[in-house]
Design a binder for this molecule. Structure first.
Ligand SMILES: Nc1ncnc2c1ncn2[C@@H]1O[C@H](COP(=O)(O)OP(=O)(O)OP(=O)(O)O)[C@@H](O)[C@H]1O
Length: 328
């Protein structure tokens, strides 16, 4: 069920000018969220969300991760008011979606995955119309600033159908910001985009976040989530499997790699739990769980085996390891 964005509240909050401090309440509070899609034809109903509880603190850059079909888009579409939840409670910037639908809608802006742009409107007209739909009075609009922010000032009057795919994405970001939402949701914003657009996006995200905007991000690029997000939730098959700060998740991954240049010597017997592989230029890589085995034990095994260590480096776990440990 698609709701009409014209129902949104007409009170833009001047967050990006730094007027609104984050509230004591979280940016988003989700409790017992369930979504069952009605069956298509004679098929079975599809349970996309099976009881999600999630709190997203104000001011964070929050990553919502999960494999295909996990329920990320369903969650985001419920937050955006585009999909009706089956059960549960959703609060955005302190406003309960069911009690204060207009205020909760006005507090959130969503940059969707799909390029849903009217081909016959220019970026300027698109932004003005979007601002109108959100009830932003003309004197409070920031169309020129937004066009500059996303690097579309030169294309402001062009037909949107003549914009490149990357430019359309820039316009989607600007559209999500017309009503100066406190919470910005980016649904797979960098899927298939070039490096220039990525950089523009991350620069803007960091800038908006520094000004107090809460950012929620879904992405399949885990290195991007690792570098951008303070906190991460992983969902799988409609359920929350973990939620923690990025640094705590990485620390808990319990995986390290010790890489040595042995001058071509092969690996001697290793303590239990150490996996050996060969890297480029014959370097040996020892993967181990720091909670079970110390680097010292590996070096001692090398010494006992008569292997000289010419050079040595270590690698920490990354978000990919964390992700794999939770969703296989
Ligand atoms: N409109 C719909 N009607 C029926 N089932 C749907 C609908 N939208 C999503 N689903 C189903 O709900 C489940 C969750 O889908 P969702 O799109 O939320 O996952 P996702 O985590 O965003 O996946 P992806 O990373 O592939 O975009 C999937 O099984 C999907 O097939």
């Amino acid at each position: 069920m698609i709701d009409d964005p014209r129902l949104a509240a007409s009170q833009p909050r001047n967050l990006t000018s730094g007027q609104t401090a984050p509230p004591a309440t979280p940016a988003i509070e989700i409790t017992g969220l369930r979504k069952t899609y009605a069956p298509a034809g004679r098929g079975a109903p599809r349970e996309a969300l099976r009881g999600i509880d999630l709190t997203i603190p104000a001011g964070s850059i929050f990553g919502l991760l999960g494999p295909n079909g996990a329920g990320k888009s369903t969650t985001i579409n419920i937050l955006a008011g585009l999909v009706r939840k089956t059960e549960g409670r959703v609060t955005i910037w302190g406003f309960d979606q069911d009690v204060n639908p207009r205020q909760s809608r006005a507090a959130i802006g969503v940059m969707p995955q799909e390029l849903n742009i009217d081909p016959f409107l220019s970026p300027r007209v698109s932004l003005e119309m979007q601002a109108g739909l959100y009830g932003v009075p003309p004197r409070e609009r920031w169309t020129d600033e937004l066009l500059a922010l996303v690097g579309l000032s030169d294309q402001a009057e062009a037909y949107s159908r003549n914009l490149s795919g990357g430019m359309k994405r820039r316009l989607l970001l600007a559209k999500a910001l017309v009503h100066r939402p406190q919470v910005l949701v980016l649904d797979e914003p960098t899927a298939g985009v070039d490096i220039g657009l990525r950089e523009m996006l991350w620069t803007n995200v960091r800038r908006l976040n520094a000004q107090g905007m809460t950012i929620i991000l879904t992405t399949h690029y885990l290195e991007e989530a690792q570098s951008m997000c303070d906190e991460i939730a992983i969902i799988d098959r409609g359920q929350l499997v973990t939620r923690a700060s990025t640094s705590d998740l990485l620390a808990a991954a319990d995986r390290k790699v010790l890489v040595i240049d042995s001058g071509g010597a092969s690996a001697p017997p290793m303590p239990e739990g150490v996996a050996v592989s060969v890297r480029d230029r014959g370097r040996l890589a020892f993967t181990y769980a720091p909670s079970q085995v110390s680097a010292d034990a590996i070096l001692e095994a090398l010494r006992l085996g008569g292997v000289r260590v010419r050079d040595l480096s270590t690698e920490e776990a990354d978000l990919e390891d964390v992700f794999r440990s939770f969703v296989g």
